[in-house]
Design a protein around this ligand. Sequence first.
Ligand code: FAD
Length: 415
Amino acid sequence: MARPHVLVVGGGFGGLEVAFALRYLLKDRVQMTLVSDSPHFLFKPNTIYIPFGMEPERLLIGLERPLRRRDIAFLRARVTEVHPERRTVVANGNTIRYDFLVIATGAGMRPEAVPGLREYAYSIWTPQDMLRLRQAFQELLRTARSGKSVKVLFLVPPNNKCSGPLYEIVFMLDTYLRRQGVRERVQLTYTTFEGSFIQSFGPRLHEVVTREFERRGIVGHTQYVVKAVRPGQVEYESGKEEPYDLLIAFPPYEAGVRFVGLPSDERGFLLTEPRTRQVRGYPMIYVVGDAGDFPVKQAFLAFLQADTVAEHLALQVAGKNAFRGFEPVSMCIMEMLDTATFAQVPLVLDSPVAQVRPGAGELYRVGVSPLWRLGKKFLGKYLPFRFGAGNPFHMGLPWRTIEKGMKLMSSLLAR
Ligand SMILES: Cc1cc2nc3c(=O)[nH]c(=O)nc-3n(C[C@H](O)[C@H](O)[C@H](O)COP(=O)(O)OP(=O)(O)OC[C@H]3O[C@@H](n4cnc5c(N)ncnc54)[C@H](O)[C@@H]3O)c2cc1C
């Protein structure tokens, strides 16, 4: 192949990181096209601030300029089909050829899996959902200020693959209501199907959440598997019921796009070779981020997968780059508005369910401190800056410097 054509589908964390990392590693040795059905990158993790006043526009970065800067053709279109035998995809009815394909189309929600969830629960998936929640919080404040009590119920149903953000919302709401002087009129209850709180991240996160729930007067229940949602009441498989005035849920996940003909699980997530992120049986097709079968769906893990794919592709095209393979060590900062929790969690690579890697030792670290909020703020500015300038977030000297800083912070503020 003289100058292979790499086609990236999706302009989120995974898609942009692969595209920019590949340009960084291979310079002009590949031709690249990125197809996305949106003209913007959305910094989803910070949509948690929208219900508390942030405007969604602040979380968008236009794709066209940074891609042009890196000589990556941008096509705004929706990809609906992949034909591996012809090495083509279909986007808005047009056929595009590729030598290598990277699928990074993310995940979607399936609220219909739980009767009544779509009708009666607020969701936290899109910026529009978050704006609706903002209105609900304003209404909640008005009711509490009028002297009435309000019950707010949080719900994580089975097959949600990233429960962390809903924990952030309950902690942030607690702090927000305290600052507004109405916390004592609002009862906060949190129910999850998980065996422990934020189960994918293991026992240390469970301990932190349990402690914080106690400290803040939030009632928390694990192993509460929802059966149905009715007006004013949630029914669980055990026969228990919880009443609510306001219900906030993070629905079950499914793949953003189902690619017929490629191997996938029952929710449409593409099956991969764990170390390389190649689609099983299709070595010219890779999948990155929420679209793939890794059981935890997270931006940081999408970055690690994107780096893996860029390195593997660079090895195939140039023959001499280092290839480390996907090592799932998640990092996240859980916002609580008055403080924050940092977690670094090594996960098992080849398991259909999320598990902390046994014997992870020092690599598994968790800490609570208001200083971690600065880390979250910094990432909220730095990541859009990197992508806006057409650079990979997770590669090069700046990232290595940040990594050193985080290691230092984590040695002081996490155990
Ligand atoms: C409220 C909330 C808070 C979160 N907080 C965190 C956090 O603190 N830390 C963390 O690590 N993760 C967090 N996450 C998870 C994180 O946002 C996702 O894991 C991440 O966005 C996945 O990246 P991705 O590139 O796989 O998919 P996405 O970011 O969803 O991008 C998918 C891209 O594909 C495009 N696309 C979709 N379908 C098509 C199609 N058919 N054709 C062309 N383009 C298409 C979309 O427009 C989009 O550009 C949070 C998620 C939510 C909802």
